[in-house]
Design a binder for this molecule. Structure first.
Ligand code: GDP
Ligand code: IMO
Ligand code: MG
Length: 422
């Protein structure tokens, strides 16, 4: 059985928490796209971990974890994360597989990310600065360097020489110092040597596991509206964040997908630039940020906050094929007198839908809101759905109705055990 978990908003929905939870009943967990622009927070009996590359489902005794070809790797970050995890998971090395097809983020990708952002000025995307756009650009324009290039140091050197012969021209034009092939090569080989025993294509393992009726959990990064095709382009990330992209990234057939869980906060947040129809630039937004501790797990930037946007999650549900939703951080709304849900948009007085809007017209829409009564009770210690206050149940049912998607999982706090099931 293949179970995919993806973000239904602009990232940071709590995918790490939900994947850690679901992984307890899965045999294999897979990260399938993005890089260390992701920051997935896991809090369980092992401790608190902000994971950037290793799947959040790693905290099991025997489960296999895989990083498949769609993921881009900063080897310094990966090796540091593995070293950190090995302190609590002694057998990690034996159960982590990293696809040799993964592309590598190199120093020039990070430098170019910064230079492009600076050049765009106030139109910048607000990237995480991790080199994500430039590394995926190299991938699709046949200039990338993959893990399997590290098997032959001469081939790697040759590829780096070609890459730098192009990149250094751009870097010099921006007035920066050119980068040195040997320096990059030596540094990258040191990192590679720390992980080389884990570099093995996971495709057959995943294929066979599916045939043996094992449960394979796929962990999405970012979220629907950061998707390169369907998000608020150009205020997006470079990869495909939707559930269907697991097939390209890990080589499993599309018809194998059984369940797709969309993770969404009970309100909305966004980091970086771009339109955000339900954003609250007032004390209500500040309260959401303060109570929800809405600061980026990767960059520490304050997250922009706003009400739940059902127009967006409805769209995300269509494109991902959500079979169910996991609603997180509902406890953040505990002290609100009233809570609003955006049910749709108007533009110049006419009803419009996300599907037909670009990022610039989305910035102009007005939300249509339904006002809900708050429950004014702390939810963090509640152990059963049936025990939720009536107003919280009414709120969840309204989210379900507005998004057209069944709510099966409700998260009332950051810990693994602060979860309710319907
Ligand atoms: P991800 O990128 O989707 O994995 O999400 P992040 O980890 O970046 O951000 C989610 C934040 O919310 C983390 O700090 C989590 O520990 C926290 N969190 C997750 N679920 C809940 C919840 O139900 N309630 C509260 N209060 N915090 C939560
Ligand atoms: P997780 O997996 C929230 C945003 C950046 C920026 C845009 C492009 O933790 O949900 P990039 O560095 O990818 O080129 O930046 O995408 N972004 C995220 N926002 N959560 C993330 O990941 C994000 N990954 C990228 O803030 O707006
Ligand atoms: Mg995050």
């Amino acid at each position: 059985m293949i179970h995919v978990v993806t973000g239904a908003q602009w990232g940071d929905e709590g995918k790490g928490k939900i994947v850690d939870l679901f992984s307890q009943k899965s045999d294999i967990t897979v990260r399938f796209h993005g890089g260390n622009n992701a920051g997935h927070t896991v809090i369980n009996s092992y401790g608190t971990f902000p994971l950037h590359l290793v799947p959040s489902g790693v905290f099991t005794k025997k489960g296999i974890t895989c990083i498949t070809s769609g993921v881009v790797l900063d080897l310094e970050v990966l090796t540091a994360e593995i070293a950190m995890l090995e302190k609590v998971l002694s057998n990690l090395r034996k159960r982590l597989l990293i696809s040799p097809r993964c592309h590598i983020i190199l120093p020039y990708h990070k430098l170019l990310d910064r230079l492009y952002e600076e050049a765009k000025g106030k139109s910048k995307t607000g990237t995480t600065g991790r080199g994500i756009g430039p590394v995926y650009a190299d991938k699709v324009s046949y200039q990338g360097i993959r893990l399997n290039d590290f098997q032959d140091v001469n081939r790697l050197r040759e590829k780096l020489e070609i890459a730098l012969s192009i990149k250094n021209k751009i870097i010099r034009a921006f007035g920066e110092s050119p980068l040195d092939v040997e320096e990059i090569l030596q540094e990258q080989m040191v990192h590679y040597n720390k992980i080389r025993d884990m570099v093995r294509e996971p495709m057959s393992l995943l294929f066979d596991a599916y045939k043996k009726k094992k449960t394979i959990l796929y962990e999405g990064a970012q979220g629907m509206f950061l998707d390169n095709d369907w998000g608020t382009y150009p205020f997006v990330t470079a990869s495909s964040t939707v559930a269907g992209s697991i097939t390209a990234s890990s080589g499993v057939p599309a018809q194998y997908i059984n369940r797709v869980t969309g993770v969404t906060k009970a309100y909305t947040t966004r980091v970086g630039s771009g339109p955000f129809p339900t954003e609250l630039s007032d004390t209500v937004g500040e309260k959401l940020r303060a109570v929800g501790k809405e600061y980026g797990a990767t960059t520490g930037r304050p997250r922009r906050c706003g009400w739940f946007d059902a127009e967006l999650v409805r769209f995300a549900s269509k494109v991902n094929g959500f079979t169910d939703l996991a609603i997180t951080k509902i406890d953040v709304l505990d002290s609100f007198e009233t809570i609003k849900i955006c049910t749709g948009y108007t533009l110049k007085g006419k009803r419009v839908s996300y599907e037909n809007l670009d990022a610039y017209s989305l910035a102009e829409v007005r939300g249509i809101y339904k006002v809900m009564k708050g429950w004014k009770t702390p939810l963090g210690d509640i152990k059963k759905y049936a025990l939720l206050p009536k107003e919280a149940k009414v709120y969840l049912l309204e989210l379900e109705k507005q998004t057209g998607t069944k709510v099966l999982t409700i998260s009332v706090g950051p810990n693994r055990n602060q979860t309710l099931y319907r």
